[in-house]
Design a protein around this ligand. Structure first.
Ligand SMILES: [Cu+2]
Length: 119
């Protein structure tokens, strides 16, 4: 009985650790980040709450910042460490064309950007 208790405690510890990535939620939009691009480079989605699943398959930290056509920041993820993955929730944004970029120094200029179309 004592062994079982220890095993359950270890599983609880592992489940509570947030640093090793999460699995992709159903219905989410998967975006893979590397140096220096987003895959896919274009995303179309219906108006409504967006859930992104950001996977950093690169070797340095990246994030995903959404800007509107006037270059104003609409939303932005936290920084995703190399090899990590996070879920990034975005409140409903109006129909239109948006840009998503990585705002780490030099990354956007190196090609780390994409187009998000909300219909
Ligand atoms: Cu980046």
């Amino acid at each position: 009985m004592k062994t079982l208790t220890v095993a359950v405690a270890v599983i609880a510890l592992l489940a509570g650790c947030g640093g090793s990535g999460t699995s992709q939620p159903a219905g989410s939009i998967k975006v893979t980040m590397t140096e220096y691009k987003f895959d896919p480079p274009t995303i179309s989605a219906p108006n409504g709450k967006l859930v992104f699943y950001l996977v950093n398959a690169g070797s340095t930290s990246h994030d995903l910042i959404i800007r509107d056509s006037s270059n104003n920041r609409v939303s932005g993820s936290e920084l995703v460490s190399a090899g990590d993955s996070i879920v990034f929730n975005v409140d409903s944004i109006p129909a239109g064309t948006y840009t998503y970029i990585c705002d780490q120094p030099g990354h956007e200029a190196s090609g780390m950007k994409g187009t998000l179309t909300i219909s």
